[in-house]
Design a protein around this ligand. Structure first.
Ligand code: HAM
Length: 419
């Protein structure tokens, strides 16, 4: 039979890698608890209209990267390419904001039909954090400080914070006009994609990776020269707070982000260690999205972190924890011993808190079974033969040092393993 393989760009997380994922997830969970954020879990599938209206019709994500399908009713649904829209949809739908601002987070897979390469996948995972209903720069600062604390707890250094402001909608409109005038004047130097974006989404031209266009982009008008007083003051308030908290940042007037809902400050954490896919986290303020999705207007801000990229950095910097090993590995030899093994194992699990005990399940000789015990990484092999069953005893062999195998009463084993 031919072998069925996984879908391109959608990866398996192996039993060896999952310890690193657990480490990242547990650390994130703990850091977010420290800041008073609460977890929510939106579905993976939403109405396509949600992403059209939030992420934006003229973005790469909506134009060419969504997994969109009609369900059996004919409704157009999409696998979520991101989950800010879902968090906002849920908050509006369930009236969460009636109780005041909401600090929420969620974690899980997102789907984008991008060209897969190192660090860029079609199914990838984000830690997504959203602060809904807060207007001040203090909450933007809080989100950035959460990222910094999470990186520090994971042991990750060398990440750079890039900041920009996309300004209010009126600042953005004035900037857009200036950009269109500028790029239209240099139309002959635009590549095909940028030519198209000139009509649909001129800000995205700034994000072009085409080397031939870099000089043109470098000389383009800068958003920071178009900010109205309020947007400029908001950015200033944010940078002041970051300075006081000792978090360094760089202003990057070319940082435009790939989603249309942003207004005000936006940011990205970048690394030089992952090649082209250098953004490990991105976010910003989106003060109109709640209203655009049908809620009564409220400001909001948030970020999402790409977990594959965080895991890759941990592995690259040798910070990934080793895969967990069982404390003990039970080897049963003989018919009666094999029938008895699970009873003994269950008793031990009842009596020793958080004991990790593997019961050997494959056949083979005693020697083979002991080899498997050793390969499991367990500290002890517990050896149960028919004679041990008869005498209510068990053999205990230390696998990580040279000490002698000994025989022990089964009733003493729990105490021994606890020690
Ligand atoms: P984003 O910049 O599209 O923002 O994604 C955030 C992060 O997800 C990126 O910095 C990157 O680490 C990771 N990422 C994105 N696409 C891929 C991919 N194809 N493969 C692997 N990792 C990827 C958002 O999604 C916004 N919803 C963030 C946000 C939340 N803004 C406000 N609240």
């Amino acid at each position: 039979m031919s072998r069925i393989t996984g879908v391109r760009g959608m990866n398996d997380i192996s039993p060896t890698e999952s310890a690193t994922w657990h480490f990242v997830e547990a650390t994130a969970r703990e850091v977010l608890r420290c800041y008073g954020y609460r977890e929510m879990r939106p579905p993976l599938v939403e109405r396509t209209e949600l992403f059209r209206r939030s992420v934006g019709e003229a973005t790469d994500i909506v134009e060419k990267e969504m997994y969109t399908f009609a369900d059996r009713n004919g409704d157009s649904l999409s696998l979520r390419p991101e989950c800010t829209a879902s968090c906002v949809r849920a908050a509006v739908e369930h009236g969460w904001l009636r109780a005041g601002g909401q600090r929420i987070w969620t974690i899980g897979p997102m789907f984008r039909y991008e060209r897969p390469q190192k660090g860029r996948y079609r199914q990838f995972h984000q830690l997504d954090v959203e602060a809904l209903g807060f207007s001040g720069p203090d909450v933007d600062a809080e989100l950035i400080l959460i990222c910094a604390r999470l990186f520090a707890r994971l042991g990750l250094g060398r990440l750079r914070l890039q900041l920009n402001s996309l300004g209010s909608r009126s600042s953005q409109a004035r900037y857009r006009d200036a950009l269109v005038r500028y790029f239209a004047h240099h139309r002959d130097r635009l590549d095909e994609d940028s030519e198209r974006r000139l009509a649909t989404n001129p800000l995205r031209i700034l994000d072009s990776k085409d080397p031939a266009m870099q000089e043109l982009i470098d000389c383009a008008p800068r958003i920071t020269d178009f900010l109205d007083d309020e947007s400029a003051a908001h950015l200033q308030g944010l940078t002041d707070m970051l300075d006081r908290a000792g978090t360094s940042w760089t202003l990057n007037a070319r940082l435009v982000r790939g989603l249309d809902y942003y207004t005000g400050p936006v940011f990205e954490w970048q690394t030089e260690e992952l090649g082209a896919q250098n953004a490990v986290c991105g976010g910003g303020r989106y003060d109109h999205l709640i209203e655009d999705i049908g809620g009564s207007g409220a400001p909001a801000t948030g970020f999402a972190m790409g977990l594959e990229r965080i895991v890759a950095l941990l592995e690259q910097q040798s910070l990934a924890p080793p895969p967990p090993c069982p404390d003990a590995y039970l080897v049963a030899v003989g018919g009666e011993a094999q029938r008895e093994a699970h009873r003994l194992a269950e008793t031990l699990r009842d009596r020793v808190d958080s004991l990790s005990l593997t019961v050997d399940a494959a056949g083979g000789s005693f020697r083979t079974k002991l080899k498997r015990a050793d390969r499991s990484g367990a500290r002890y092999a517990l050896i149960l033969g028919d004679a041990e069953v008869r005498d209510a005893r068990v053999g205990v062999k230390a696998l990580r040092d040279e000490s002698e195998q000994r025989s022990m009463r089964q009733s003493a084993l729990a105490e021994f393993l606890r020690g």
